[in-house]
Design a protein around this ligand. Sequence first.
Ligand code: FES
Length: 166
Amino acid sequence: METTERLPGGGSDLSLLEPVLDEYAAVPGSLITILQHAQEIYGFLPEDVMRRVAERTGVKPAKVLGVATFYTQFRFKPVGKYLIMLCQGTACHVNGSELVLAAVKDELGIDDGDTTEDGLFSLKTVACLGCCSLSPVMMINGEAYGSLTPDKAVKILKELRGGANG
Ligand code: FES
């Protein structure tokens, strides 16, 4: 069987996607569904995966990318083991989330939207996590950490890092 072309930044195991494509590729209007499944499989949408989706659905690659970038749910970079969603909504903002964000960025050495080189942490600011009574708050892999201070946030990250390395 011919192996799939390896594209720059690619190298994904495309065979994982084939069952999804077999099910949906021919179904009109299913592009988003396919991309959602792809993100579940790979954690983000690698370029070679989007090309494969284009091939199988007959949708032009530029259109697949256009659709994917239109929706904020899709990611285009790998996500770290810990996905930090740091709230910058109004309640969190008035309670000092900006300082927490600065401390987290400083501790990890990354900007919003990036992942640390060791692949441990990804940082994403969001606008209200729906638990404003805990503000300022961040959610890491679905667990909420509230009433944050810069020091408290850094301590949490250090603990997670220690746990991951130890
Ligand atoms: S504003 Fe941060 S949880 Fe609502």
